[in-house]
Design a protein around this ligand. Structure first.
Ligand code: NOJ
Length: 583
């Protein structure tokens, strides 16, 4: 209720502000996205409204009340545009329509309208780096070297197979005596260059051959892509998650990416992507795109798929001090890699860095998405998976910044990797089996109920099988269990939405030398202490904080509900405690 009242107050302010000559910046009301709780929805897998075994937009619309019940205020929908679905939508054939498998534009408009009624923001995925090879732009481009779109993609004659400097890797791909012009690789394995007999040339594809890279050095490409972005902004979407933006540009001299030694899971040489990734030109595009979205009312947002190895490396994506590029480059580090483990000290360092290194930018953290093994499996130990997931949820929702989660994560849905190659749907798994079994495991149908197909579809032939644990891991069952992971998510998100200190308060870390406990205070009129024990042993919390009164807001285990002191309380193994206090 309080939450709804706050939204109403914000809406009233924004309506009156122009008349009063005020801007949102001039007031204490910050843009909505600064506090967003984003739920990533994979449309194929969320809810099937028409019984074809594949999720769709009407399915999403019919579950908007569940989004509200979870407490999320934003949904990011992965691509739902017409697509041959080679990469399940990340190969777009038409940027200004809806794939009939997912519904129609009318269904889309209805979904946005229903979301708005519930104060849920809608963020779309925008794939600017590449299109489908069935996109009419590419079909025309591949037709001949003189077609209207001839220069919309990255074409090259290749080099003579016997030319000096040609690597063994290049020599694997000979066509008409020619090999690719360099050693650049597809992220999905093998060379990034595909031979097109129609032009007797190679085209570049950072991902699948069916995903040719656009030539961003051609201004017509930017014009077309920005036109598509306007199309959806005009339809009322609140922003975009920008796919694979770091690879928009390639080196004009096509220099080889240096080898790092060893081979990757695809059996290809490990490379340092010096000439095929993060070229500086991308930032000019980001600045122009930011101007475009800023010209729209309602604080439209740009979220970036920005896998970076350090917090600092995210800064250029924000636009540095100027903060004139993406509002929310994703911080994928704690979620997805570079040696992260379930470790209090590691997370403390990372969260501290995010508070000070981003030039005032808002951090966005995520632990789960459609490309990576689910975090419950990555961070689980097989024995305390739910308890550990509760600790990570506290870390995600109680820190300052935007929190992003993925459908099923709040339930503890697990990764269900296909057992046989013939069951794999993701081409990454088909091409690289068994070294890389692909991403199907984290894309299985949403588990709504303990009924047939987990309530995802009436059709037993779902596009991927429903995970076997659905009879206990599902929304309906977990809503009935006060100790479930879902209830823990709901409690934390509600706090985050309604508690002023948790929404806006500065983060001050306490008990900083404790190797097993991560703890901080969110400052405010009524401050809040958040404490997590990352160890399998009880650990004593040493904050040095004195409090006149304390009030537990959330405890991952009932053992903590009666804890009476901010200093000296014993935190049970793998537990999290959120407590407000007065000084
Ligand atoms: C990142 C997306 O998240 C992934 O699913 C996709 O395969 C690649 N980009 C290529 O678009």
């Amino acid at each position: 209720m309080r939450h709804a009242a706050r939204r109403l107050a914000a809406a009233t302010f924004l309506t009156l502000a122009p008349a009063l000559g005020l801007t949102a910046e001039a007031s204490s009301i910050s843009p909505w996205w600064k506090h967003a709780v984003v739920l990533e929805v994979y449309p194929r897998s969320y809810a099937d409204s028409n019984g074809d075994g594949v999720g769709d937009l009407n399915g999403i619309t019919s579950h908007l009340d569940d989004v509200v019940s979870l407490g999320a205020d934003t949904i990011w929908i992965t691509p739902m545009y017409p697509s041959p679905q080679v990469d399940f939508g990340y190969d777009i054939a038409d940027y200004q329509a809806v794939d009939p498998q997912y519904g129609s534009l009318a269904d889309f408009d209805r979904m946005v309208a229903e979301a708005k009624k519930r104060h849920v923001h809608v963020v779309l995925d925008m794939v600017m780096n590449h299109t489908s090879d069935k996109n009419p732009w590419f079909v025309d481009s591949a037709r001949s070297r003189t077609s209207a779109h001839a220069d919309w993609y990255v074409w090259n004659d290749g080099v003579d197979v016997n030319a000096p400097g040609v690597t063994a890797f290049q020599k694997r791909y000979v066509h008409d005596g020619k090999v690719p012009p360099n050693n650049w690789q597809s992220m999905f394995g093998g060379t990034a260059w595909e031979w097109a007999p129609s032009r007797k040339q190679f085209y570049y594809h950072r991902f699948y051959p069916q995903q040719p890279d656009l030539n961003w050095r051609n201004p017509a490409v930017e014009k077309a892509m920005f036109g598509a972005i306007r199309f959806w902004l005009d339809r009322g979407v609140d922003g975009f998650r920008l796919d694979a933006i770091s690879t928009l540009f390639e080196d004009t001299k096509l220099r080889n990416d240096p080898e790092r030694g060893g081979t990757n899971p695809h059996g290809d040489p490990n490379l340092h992507y010096a000439y095929s990734d993060k070229l500086p030109e991308v930032h000019d595009v980001m600045r122009r795109l930011r101007k475009l979205v800023d010209a729209y009312p309602g604080d439209r947002v740009l979220i970036g798929e920005t896998y970076e190895p350090t917090t600092e490396a995210l800064v250029p994506w924000y636009g540095g001090k100027a903060q004139d590029e993406l509002q929310l480059p994703m911080d994928m580090l704690p979620g997805f890699g570079w040696g992260t483990k379930f470790d209090a000290a590691w997370f403390r360092k990372h969260l501290e860095d995010a508070q000070v290194q981003l030039e005032g930018g808002t951090p966005l953290m995520a632990f789960d998405n459609h490309d990576n093994e689910r975090s419950i499996d990555r961070y689980g130990d097989g024995k305390h998976d739910i308890d550990r997931a509760k600790v990570l949820a506290a870390l995600l929702f109680m820190n300052r910044g935007v929190a992003m989660t993925y459908y099923g994560a709040p339930l503890g849905m697990t990764t269900s990797v296909p057992a046989r190659k013939e069951d794999v749907r993701d081409p990454v798994g088909i091409a690289n089996w068994p070294n890389d079994k692909g991403r199907d495991g984290e894309r299985t149908p949403m588990q709504w109920t303990a009924g047939p197909q987990a309530g995802f579809s009436t059709n037993p032939a779902t596009w991927l099988p429903v995970a076997t644990n659905y009879s206990t891991v599902n929304v309906a069952s977990e809503l009935k269990d006060p100790q479930s992971l879902l209830q823990w998510y709901r409690t934390l998100i509600a706090l985050r939405q309604d508690n002023p200190a948790i929404r806006d308060g500065r983060m001050v870390f306490v008990d900083r030398t404790n190797p097993d406990v991560l703890a901080w205070v969110r400052e405010g009129e009524v401050p809040v202490l958040v404490a997590m024990n990352f160890s399998d042993k009880p650990r004593v919390l040493k904050t040095g904080l004195e409090a006149k009164t304390i009030h537990t807001l959330a405890a991952s285990t009932p053992a903590l509900s009666g804890a009476a002191s901010l200093d000296g309380t014993t935190l049970p193994p793998f537990s999290a405690w959120v407590v407000s206090f007065t000084r």
